[in-house]
Design a protein around this ligand. Structure first.
Ligand code: F6R
Length: 237
């Protein structure tokens, strides 16, 4: 486990971008696992700049996102599909056929979950997985109590996560109650992981992670057993 402490959000984003561009240059056909939320926005901005500068290319890159809300169609303003397109995909040379997010409006969600892990495996597995972390230690939408063995599945969102994420929904819009998320085992299957955490709100989770104590009550703790993980964290934002 590699811990990198930073003082600014920009520094965290730049170091994370270096890991991603290194991976993309070493293997232009890399399979990347991506996350949404506030934390990776700066990283995506750096990657967009690097594509515009001709430094890296998404032309042959394949991506799999961690999660999507149940009941939100792709083009819904608060869907993770929309977030990813507005934040990254619309600004880089990615082939839309290589973009994967769980389909939150699939008629058979069970089959959608099973297929998602199969599609990741068929692509050769995830080379580099990006993660953020919830204040309660969730990764993806794997809330406390989720089995470390879990594969992609449907989850009921906790009250704390719904409150945290309400800012992304327009006033009056109904906040989903469920989501599809890659499971903890699906995440652990990645060859390499980078976890980003910035700001005072995340410090307690970082302290808990550092203890190395394994508990399904703190889903991120399983990451301490991964043999190629970098944690970039810090700040009082
Ligand atoms: C996002 C995801 C979540 C977030 C986490 C942190 O795809 O799966 O686990 O990474 O909730 O969110 P932010 O970055 O908004 O603090």
């Amino acid at each position: 486990m590699k811990w990198i402490e930073v003082t600014t959000y920009e520094e965290m984003s730049r170091i994370a971008a270096e890991l991603f561009s290194k991976q993309m240059k070493a293997n232009p056909k890399s399979v990347l696992g991506l996350a949404t939320g506030g934390t990776p926005v700066g990283l995506y901005e750096v990657l967009v700049e690097e594509v515009k500068a001709g430094d890296i290319s998404f032309k042959d890159i394949t991506t799999f996102n961690l999660d999507e809300y149940v009941g939100l169609a792709k083009n819904s303003p608060a869907s993770y599909w929309t977030y990813m397109h507005e934040t990254l995909f619309n600004h880089v040379d990615i082939n839309e056929d290589n973009v994967h997010l769980p389909n939150g409006v699939a008629t058979d969600l069970e089959a959608e979950c099973e297929n998602y892990d199969k599609r990741i495996a068929a692509a050769g597995g995830i080379d580099l997985q990006l993660l953020g972390i919830g204040v309660n230690g969730h990764i993806g939408f794997n809330e406390p109590g989720t089995s470390f063995d879990s594969l992609t599945h449907v989850v009921e969102l906790t009250e704390s996560t719904r409150t945290e994420n309400a800012i992304y929904f327009e006033e009056g819009a109904e906040m989903p109650t469920h989501a599809v998320t890659m499971g903890i085992q699906s995440i652990m299957n990645a060859k390499e992981i980078v976890l980003l955490a910035f700001g005072e709100r995340k410090l307690e989770a970082m302290e808990q992670l550092k203890t190395g104590k394994l508990s399904e009550d703190f889903p991120a703790s399983q990451l301490t057993t991964h043999d190629n993980i970098t944690i970039i964290y810090g700040g009082t934002k």
